[in-house]
Design a binder for this molecule. Structure first.
Ligand SMILES: [Zn+2]
Length: 433
Protein backbone atom coordinates (compact mmCIF):
# COMPACT_ATOMS: atom_id res chain seq x y z
CA UNK A 1 0.00 0.00 0.00
CA UNK A 2 1.43 3.39 -0.93
CA UNK A 3 1.59 5.88 1.85
CA UNK A 4 -0.51 9.03 1.49
CA UNK A 5 1.41 12.32 1.51
CA UNK A 6 1.27 14.55 4.59
CA UNK A 7 -1.51 17.12 4.49
CA UNK A 8 -0.37 20.64 5.36
CA UNK A 9 -2.53 23.64 6.27
CA UNK A 10 -2.99 26.29 3.60
CA UNK A 11 -2.33 29.97 4.16
CA UNK A 12 -4.76 32.36 5.82
CA UNK A 13 -6.27 33.33 2.43
CA UNK A 14 -7.71 29.83 1.96
CA UNK A 15 -9.55 30.06 5.27
CA UNK A 16 -10.72 33.62 4.48
CA UNK A 17 -12.09 32.43 1.17
CA UNK A 18 -14.13 29.61 2.77
CA UNK A 19 -15.38 32.10 5.38
CA UNK A 20 -16.48 34.41 2.58
CA UNK A 21 -18.44 31.63 0.89
CA UNK A 22 -20.10 30.38 4.08
CA UNK A 23 -21.24 32.92 6.70
CA UNK A 24 -21.53 30.12 9.30
CA UNK A 25 -17.78 29.52 8.93
CA UNK A 26 -17.03 33.24 9.27
CA UNK A 27 -19.12 33.35 12.47
CA UNK A 28 -17.40 30.24 13.78
CA UNK A 29 -13.92 31.67 13.18
CA UNK A 30 -14.84 34.85 14.93
CA UNK A 31 -16.16 33.00 18.00
CA UNK A 32 -13.15 30.71 18.42
CA UNK A 33 -10.78 33.65 18.58
CA UNK A 34 -12.36 34.62 21.93
CA UNK A 35 -11.07 32.67 24.92
CA UNK A 36 -14.14 31.53 26.85
CA UNK A 37 -12.76 28.56 28.75
CA UNK A 38 -14.80 27.62 31.83
CA UNK A 39 -13.12 27.04 35.19
CA UNK A 40 -14.18 24.32 37.61
CA UNK A 41 -12.43 25.97 40.57
CA UNK A 42 -14.46 29.16 40.20
CA UNK A 43 -17.51 29.76 42.39
CA UNK A 44 -18.96 32.54 40.24
CA UNK A 45 -21.61 32.22 37.54
CA UNK A 46 -20.51 32.13 34.83
CA UNK A 47 -17.24 30.63 36.04
CA UNK A 48 -15.19 33.00 33.85
CA UNK A 49 -16.13 36.62 32.97
CA UNK A 50 -15.17 36.20 29.31
CA UNK A 51 -18.24 34.01 28.69
CA UNK A 52 -20.56 36.77 29.90
CA UNK A 53 -18.66 39.40 27.91
CA UNK A 54 -18.84 37.51 24.60
CA UNK A 55 -22.54 36.78 25.04
CA UNK A 56 -23.16 40.42 25.98
CA UNK A 57 -21.49 41.46 22.71
CA UNK A 58 -23.63 39.00 20.75
CA UNK A 59 -26.74 40.30 22.52
CA UNK A 60 -25.93 43.88 21.52
CA UNK A 61 -25.30 42.87 17.91
CA UNK A 62 -28.46 40.75 17.58
CA UNK A 63 -30.59 43.45 19.16
CA UNK A 64 -29.12 46.10 16.81
CA UNK A 65 -29.77 43.94 13.73
CA UNK A 66 -33.34 43.27 14.86
CA UNK A 67 -33.93 46.99 15.42
CA UNK A 68 -32.51 47.91 12.01
CA UNK A 69 -34.70 45.31 10.28
CA UNK A 70 -37.69 46.06 12.54
CA UNK A 71 -37.94 42.43 13.59
CA UNK A 72 -39.76 41.64 16.82
CA UNK A 73 -37.80 39.62 19.34
CA UNK A 74 -37.20 39.15 23.03
CA UNK A 75 -33.56 39.01 24.04
CA UNK A 76 -32.08 38.87 27.51
CA UNK A 77 -29.10 37.67 29.47
CA UNK A 78 -29.76 35.90 32.77
CA UNK A 79 -27.89 36.62 36.01
CA UNK A 80 -25.66 33.62 35.29
CA UNK A 81 -24.81 34.96 31.84
CA UNK A 82 -27.04 32.70 29.68
CA UNK A 83 -28.15 34.53 26.52
CA UNK A 84 -31.76 33.87 25.50
CA UNK A 85 -33.17 34.97 22.15
CA UNK A 86 -36.85 34.40 21.50
CA UNK A 87 -38.41 34.93 18.08
CA UNK A 88 -42.21 35.02 17.86
CA UNK A 89 -43.67 32.62 15.27
CA UNK A 90 -43.82 33.44 11.56
CA UNK A 91 -47.34 34.43 10.43
CA UNK A 92 -49.58 31.36 10.39
CA UNK A 93 -47.27 29.24 12.61
CA UNK A 94 -48.36 30.67 15.96
CA UNK A 95 -49.87 27.37 17.08
CA UNK A 96 -46.77 25.32 16.27
CA UNK A 97 -44.74 23.75 19.12
CA UNK A 98 -42.21 26.04 20.78
CA UNK A 99 -38.73 24.74 19.95
CA UNK A 100 -35.62 25.76 21.90
CA UNK A 101 -32.17 25.23 20.37
CA UNK A 102 -29.22 25.23 22.74
CA UNK A 103 -25.43 25.47 22.39
CA UNK A 104 -22.71 26.34 24.90
CA UNK A 105 -20.24 29.19 24.60
CA UNK A 106 -17.60 27.85 27.00
CA UNK A 107 -14.72 25.60 25.99
CA UNK A 108 -13.24 22.72 27.98
CA UNK A 109 -10.78 23.38 30.83
CA UNK A 110 -8.70 20.39 29.59
CA UNK A 111 -6.72 22.44 27.06
CA UNK A 112 -6.01 26.11 26.46
CA UNK A 113 -8.49 28.10 24.40
CA UNK A 114 -6.37 31.25 24.38
CA UNK A 115 -4.92 32.46 21.11
CA UNK A 116 -6.68 29.87 18.94
CA UNK A 117 -5.26 30.06 15.41
CA UNK A 118 -7.55 28.08 13.11
CA UNK A 119 -5.98 26.71 9.92
CA UNK A 120 -7.50 25.07 6.87
CA UNK A 121 -6.71 21.78 5.20
CA UNK A 122 -8.15 22.22 1.70
CA UNK A 123 -9.65 19.24 -0.08
CA UNK A 124 -8.45 16.65 2.44
CA UNK A 125 -7.25 13.50 0.70
CA UNK A 126 -7.05 11.06 3.60
CA UNK A 127 -3.46 11.36 4.82
CA UNK A 128 -1.95 12.42 8.13
CA UNK A 129 -2.47 16.11 8.93
CA UNK A 130 0.69 17.95 9.98
CA UNK A 131 -0.30 20.62 12.50
CA UNK A 132 1.97 23.68 12.61
CA UNK A 133 3.26 22.82 16.12
CA UNK A 134 4.64 19.52 14.84
CA UNK A 135 1.78 17.36 16.18
CA UNK A 136 0.45 14.80 13.73
CA UNK A 137 -3.27 14.15 13.38
CA UNK A 138 -3.49 10.63 11.97
CA UNK A 139 -6.46 8.58 10.83
CA UNK A 140 -5.58 6.02 13.52
CA UNK A 141 -6.15 8.77 16.06
CA UNK A 142 -9.31 9.91 14.30
CA UNK A 143 -10.78 7.28 11.95
CA UNK A 144 -13.80 9.54 11.32
CA UNK A 145 -11.53 11.69 9.14
CA UNK A 146 -11.79 8.99 6.47
CA UNK A 147 -15.41 9.98 5.94
CA UNK A 148 -14.35 13.53 5.09
CA UNK A 149 -12.09 13.02 2.06
CA UNK A 150 -12.63 15.86 -0.38
CA UNK A 151 -13.89 18.14 2.38
CA UNK A 152 -12.11 21.22 3.77
CA UNK A 153 -11.14 20.72 7.40
CA UNK A 154 -10.54 23.41 10.00
CA UNK A 155 -7.75 22.41 12.39
CA UNK A 156 -5.73 24.07 15.17
CA UNK A 157 -2.08 25.08 15.03
CA UNK A 158 -1.49 22.29 17.56
CA UNK A 159 -1.04 24.50 20.63
CA UNK A 160 -4.67 24.98 21.73
CA UNK A 161 -8.03 23.31 21.32
CA UNK A 162 -10.17 24.56 18.44
CA UNK A 163 -13.33 25.38 20.38
CA UNK A 164 -15.64 23.74 17.84
CA UNK A 165 -17.12 22.20 20.98
CA UNK A 166 -19.33 24.13 21.07
CA UNK A 167 -18.74 27.30 19.10
CA UNK A 168 -19.75 25.31 16.03
CA UNK A 169 -23.20 24.95 17.65
CA UNK A 170 -23.24 28.65 18.58
CA UNK A 171 -22.29 29.60 15.00
CA UNK A 172 -25.12 27.43 13.64
CA UNK A 173 -27.60 29.21 15.94
CA UNK A 174 -26.33 32.71 15.07
CA UNK A 175 -26.60 31.88 11.35
CA UNK A 176 -30.17 30.66 11.83
CA UNK A 177 -31.06 33.87 13.67
CA UNK A 178 -29.71 35.84 10.67
CA UNK A 179 -31.74 33.71 8.27
CA UNK A 180 -34.88 34.25 10.35
CA UNK A 181 -34.22 38.01 10.33
CA UNK A 182 -33.79 37.92 6.55
CA UNK A 183 -37.18 36.19 6.25
CA UNK A 184 -35.53 33.02 4.88
CA UNK A 185 -36.77 30.79 7.68
CA UNK A 186 -40.38 29.88 8.45
CA UNK A 187 -40.64 29.00 12.13
CA UNK A 188 -42.99 28.51 15.04
CA UNK A 189 -42.25 30.10 18.43
CA UNK A 190 -38.48 29.70 18.52
CA UNK A 191 -35.85 30.20 21.22
CA UNK A 192 -32.07 30.14 20.95
CA UNK A 193 -30.24 29.58 24.23
CA UNK A 194 -26.49 30.24 24.43
CA UNK A 195 -25.48 28.50 27.65
CA UNK A 196 -22.40 28.89 29.86
CA UNK A 197 -20.27 26.46 31.89
CA UNK A 198 -21.44 23.32 30.10
CA UNK A 199 -17.98 21.78 30.27
CA UNK A 200 -18.02 21.94 34.06
CA UNK A 201 -21.53 20.52 34.33
CA UNK A 202 -23.35 23.62 35.47
CA UNK A 203 -25.12 24.85 32.33
CA UNK A 204 -28.42 22.97 32.44
CA UNK A 205 -29.25 24.33 35.89
CA UNK A 206 -28.87 27.89 34.61
CA UNK A 207 -31.35 27.60 31.71
CA UNK A 208 -34.50 29.56 32.67
CA UNK A 209 -36.99 26.91 31.59
CA UNK A 210 -40.07 28.40 33.25
CA UNK A 211 -39.44 31.77 31.63
CA UNK A 212 -38.93 30.13 28.21
CA UNK A 213 -41.94 27.83 28.27
CA UNK A 214 -40.60 25.76 25.35
CA UNK A 215 -42.25 22.45 24.40
CA UNK A 216 -39.00 20.67 23.62
CA UNK A 217 -35.35 21.40 23.07
CA UNK A 218 -32.43 20.21 20.98
CA UNK A 219 -28.80 20.77 21.89
CA UNK A 220 -26.41 21.26 18.97
CA UNK A 221 -23.19 20.05 20.46
CA UNK A 222 -20.13 18.03 19.48
CA UNK A 223 -19.88 14.69 17.69
CA UNK A 224 -19.46 13.46 14.15
CA UNK A 225 -21.63 14.18 11.15
CA UNK A 226 -24.95 12.35 11.21
CA UNK A 227 -24.93 11.58 14.92
CA UNK A 228 -28.25 11.96 16.72
CA UNK A 229 -27.88 11.38 20.44
CA UNK A 230 -30.98 9.65 21.74
CA UNK A 231 -29.80 8.12 25.03
CA UNK A 232 -27.34 8.87 27.81
CA UNK A 233 -26.21 6.99 30.88
CA UNK A 234 -28.00 7.08 34.21
CA UNK A 235 -25.27 8.32 36.51
CA UNK A 236 -24.35 8.35 40.18
CA UNK A 237 -21.17 9.30 42.01
CA UNK A 238 -20.05 7.35 45.00
CA UNK A 239 -17.59 8.06 47.81
CA UNK A 240 -16.52 5.15 49.98
CA UNK A 241 -14.69 6.08 53.17
CA UNK A 242 -12.59 3.53 55.08
CA UNK A 243 -11.62 4.03 58.73
CA UNK A 244 -8.57 2.20 60.02
CA UNK A 245 -6.81 1.95 63.38
CA UNK A 246 -3.20 3.19 63.55
CA UNK A 247 -0.92 1.40 66.02
CA UNK A 248 2.87 1.44 66.23
CA UNK A 249 4.09 -1.28 63.89
CA UNK A 250 6.14 -2.76 66.73
CA UNK A 251 3.02 -3.69 68.67
CA UNK A 252 0.50 -3.76 65.82
CA UNK A 253 -0.07 -7.50 65.69
CA UNK A 254 -3.80 -8.27 65.90
CA UNK A 255 -4.70 -4.59 66.51
CA UNK A 256 -3.78 -2.41 63.53
CA UNK A 257 -6.42 -1.93 60.81
CA UNK A 258 -5.01 -0.52 57.60
CA UNK A 259 -7.60 1.69 55.82
CA UNK A 260 -5.43 1.90 52.68
CA UNK A 261 -5.47 -1.89 52.43
CA UNK A 262 -9.24 -2.08 52.97
CA UNK A 263 -9.68 0.47 50.19
CA UNK A 264 -7.49 -1.48 47.79
CA UNK A 265 -9.25 -4.75 48.55
CA UNK A 266 -12.56 -2.97 47.86
CA UNK A 267 -11.28 -1.75 44.48
CA UNK A 268 -9.98 -5.21 43.60
CA UNK A 269 -13.42 -6.71 44.24
CA UNK A 270 -15.09 -4.47 41.65
CA UNK A 271 -15.79 -6.49 38.49
CA UNK A 272 -12.72 -6.13 36.28
CA UNK A 273 -14.79 -6.49 33.09
CA UNK A 274 -17.18 -3.67 34.09
CA UNK A 275 -14.86 -0.68 33.88
CA UNK A 276 -14.78 2.07 31.23
CA UNK A 277 -11.60 0.57 29.82
CA UNK A 278 -13.20 -2.85 29.39
CA UNK A 279 -16.71 -1.96 28.21
CA UNK A 280 -18.29 -0.40 25.12
CA UNK A 281 -21.67 0.02 23.47
CA UNK A 282 -24.56 -0.37 25.86
CA UNK A 283 -22.69 -1.82 28.86
CA UNK A 284 -22.41 0.18 32.05
CA UNK A 285 -19.47 0.35 34.43
CA UNK A 286 -17.82 1.17 37.75
CA UNK A 287 -15.07 3.73 37.35
CA UNK A 288 -12.59 4.36 40.18
CA UNK A 289 -11.26 7.82 39.40
CA UNK A 290 -9.59 8.70 42.68
CA UNK A 291 -8.04 6.72 45.52
CA UNK A 292 -6.46 8.47 48.50
CA UNK A 293 -5.47 7.62 52.03
CA UNK A 294 -3.24 5.93 54.58
CA UNK A 295 -3.55 3.70 57.62
CA UNK A 296 -6.07 5.88 59.50
CA UNK A 297 -8.38 6.75 56.64
CA UNK A 298 -8.77 6.11 52.94
CA UNK A 299 -11.28 7.10 50.32
CA UNK A 300 -12.34 5.63 47.01
CA UNK A 301 -14.22 7.87 44.61
CA UNK A 302 -16.10 6.10 41.87
CA UNK A 303 -18.61 6.73 39.15
CA UNK A 304 -21.50 4.37 38.51
CA UNK A 305 -22.94 4.36 34.99
CA UNK A 306 -25.71 2.34 33.38
CA UNK A 307 -28.19 2.87 30.54
CA UNK A 308 -30.96 1.12 32.51
CA UNK A 309 -32.44 2.43 35.74
CA UNK A 310 -32.47 -1.07 37.25
CA UNK A 311 -28.86 -1.50 36.15
CA UNK A 312 -27.80 1.62 38.02
CA UNK A 313 -29.75 0.47 41.07
CA UNK A 314 -27.96 -2.89 40.93
CA UNK A 315 -24.58 -1.13 40.82
CA UNK A 316 -25.44 0.91 43.90
CA UNK A 317 -26.49 -2.28 45.69
CA UNK A 318 -23.30 -4.03 44.63
CA UNK A 319 -21.16 -1.25 46.15
CA UNK A 320 -23.22 -1.25 49.36
CA UNK A 321 -22.99 -5.04 49.67
CA UNK A 322 -19.24 -4.92 49.19
CA UNK A 323 -18.98 -2.34 51.96
CA UNK A 324 -21.24 -4.43 54.21
CA UNK A 325 -19.00 -7.46 53.64
CA UNK A 326 -15.94 -5.52 54.86
CA UNK A 327 -17.95 -4.13 57.78
CA UNK A 328 -18.77 -7.68 58.89
CA UNK A 329 -15.05 -8.34 59.32
CA UNK A 330 -14.09 -4.83 60.57
CA UNK A 331 -17.24 -3.34 62.14
CA UNK A 332 -18.08 0.26 61.21
CA UNK A 333 -14.96 0.62 59.09
CA UNK A 334 -16.67 1.50 55.78
CA UNK A 335 -19.19 4.20 54.92
CA UNK A 336 -20.78 4.62 51.48
CA UNK A 337 -22.26 7.86 50.18
CA UNK A 338 -24.05 7.83 46.83
CA UNK A 339 -25.20 10.91 44.94
CA UNK A 340 -27.36 10.76 41.79
CA UNK A 341 -25.90 12.84 38.96
CA UNK A 342 -28.06 12.61 35.84
CA UNK A 343 -30.60 10.36 34.16
CA UNK A 344 -30.90 8.70 30.76
CA UNK A 345 -32.71 11.15 28.50
CA UNK A 346 -34.18 8.23 26.50
CA UNK A 347 -36.75 7.72 29.25
CA UNK A 348 -38.09 11.23 28.59
CA UNK A 349 -37.93 10.96 24.80
CA UNK A 350 -39.90 7.69 24.91
CA UNK A 351 -42.86 9.52 26.42
CA UNK A 352 -42.79 12.05 23.53
CA UNK A 353 -41.88 9.95 20.45
CA UNK A 354 -42.73 12.77 18.04
CA UNK A 355 -39.59 14.66 19.04
CA UNK A 356 -37.24 12.03 17.62
CA UNK A 357 -39.56 11.56 14.63
CA UNK A 358 -39.15 15.26 13.87
CA UNK A 359 -35.37 14.99 14.23
CA UNK A 360 -35.23 11.96 11.91
CA UNK A 361 -37.39 13.77 9.35
CA UNK A 362 -35.15 16.85 9.62
CA UNK A 363 -32.03 14.76 8.89
CA UNK A 364 -33.82 13.20 5.90
CA UNK A 365 -34.86 16.62 4.61
CA UNK A 366 -31.25 17.80 4.92
CA UNK A 367 -30.00 14.67 3.12
CA UNK A 368 -28.10 13.41 6.17
CA UNK A 369 -28.29 9.77 7.27
CA UNK A 370 -28.93 9.75 11.03
CA UNK A 371 -26.70 7.57 13.19
CA UNK A 372 -28.67 7.16 16.41
CA UNK A 373 -26.19 7.10 19.20
CA UNK A 374 -26.19 6.11 22.85
CA UNK A 375 -23.86 8.56 24.55
CA UNK A 376 -21.54 6.88 27.07
CA UNK A 377 -21.80 9.93 29.27
CA UNK A 378 -24.29 12.69 29.91
CA UNK A 379 -25.36 15.67 27.86
CA UNK A 380 -27.05 18.88 28.82
CA UNK A 381 -30.12 17.16 27.44
CA UNK A 382 -30.07 14.60 30.26
CA UNK A 383 -30.46 17.29 32.89
CA UNK A 384 -32.78 19.48 30.82
CA UNK A 385 -35.01 16.45 30.16
CA UNK A 386 -35.15 15.75 33.88
CA UNK A 387 -36.08 19.38 34.45
CA UNK A 388 -38.98 19.10 31.99
CA UNK A 389 -37.50 19.96 28.59
CA UNK A 390 -37.06 16.75 26.57
CA UNK A 391 -33.89 17.35 24.63
CA UNK A 392 -31.94 15.11 22.19
CA UNK A 393 -28.64 16.25 20.66
CA UNK A 394 -27.76 17.07 17.05
CA UNK A 395 -24.15 16.81 15.80
CA UNK A 396 -22.00 19.81 14.90
CA UNK A 397 -19.42 17.69 13.08
CA UNK A 398 -16.62 18.52 15.56
CA UNK A 399 -14.05 15.73 16.07
CA UNK A 400 -11.43 15.03 18.80
CA UNK A 401 -12.88 17.69 21.10
CA UNK A 402 -11.08 19.06 24.19
CA UNK A 403 -7.53 19.01 22.80
CA UNK A 404 -5.12 20.20 20.11
CA UNK A 405 -6.33 17.52 17.65
CA UNK A 406 -9.82 19.01 17.60
CA UNK A 407 -11.01 19.68 14.08
CA UNK A 408 -14.13 20.58 12.17
CA UNK A 409 -14.90 19.44 8.63
CA UNK A 410 -16.63 22.35 6.89
CA UNK A 411 -19.08 20.01 5.15
CA UNK A 412 -20.15 18.58 8.50
CA UNK A 413 -20.77 22.06 9.91
CA UNK A 414 -22.94 22.88 6.89
CA UNK A 415 -24.80 19.58 7.35
CA UNK A 416 -25.43 20.50 11.01
CA UNK A 417 -26.80 23.86 9.91
CA UNK A 418 -29.06 22.22 7.31
CA UNK A 419 -30.41 19.65 9.81
CA UNK A 420 -31.09 22.37 12.39
CA UNK A 421 -32.87 24.55 9.84
CA UNK A 422 -34.93 21.59 8.61
CA UNK A 423 -35.92 20.80 12.20
CA UNK A 424 -37.14 24.36 12.72
CA UNK A 425 -39.14 24.27 9.48
CA UNK A 426 -40.69 20.87 10.16
CA UNK A 427 -41.56 21.87 13.73
CA UNK A 428 -43.33 24.95 12.36
CA UNK A 429 -45.71 22.62 10.55
CA UNK A 430 -46.01 20.05 13.34
CA UNK A 431 -48.51 19.41 16.08
CA UNK A 432 -47.21 17.83 19.25
CA UNK A 433 -49.46 15.48 21.15
ZN1 LIG B 1 -19.92 20.40 24.12
Amino acid sequence: MTELPLEHPQGAEALASVAKTYPVVATFLRLVREDTQSDESSTTAPSTPSQRTLLQTLQTEIAAKAAALQVALKIWQTDQGVLCVHLPASAGCEEAPHLALLAHIDTAPDCSGRGVKPQLICNYQGGTIALSSGLRLTTQLCPQLNAHRGDDIIVTDGTTLLGADDKAGCAVMLTLIDRAFAGDLIHGPLSFIFTVDEEIGRSADYVPLAELGADFGVTIDGCAQGELDVATFNAAACTVTFKGRAIHTGSACGKLINAAKLASSFVLQLPENEAPETTAGQDGFYHVYKLTGGVEQAQVHLLLRDFSTDGLKARKTFVENLAAKINRIYPRSVRVEIRDQYVNLAAYLQTRPQILELCRAAYAKAGVTPVEHWVRGGTDGSNLSARGLPCPNIFTGALNCHGPYECLPVGALLASLNCSQALIELTAAAELA
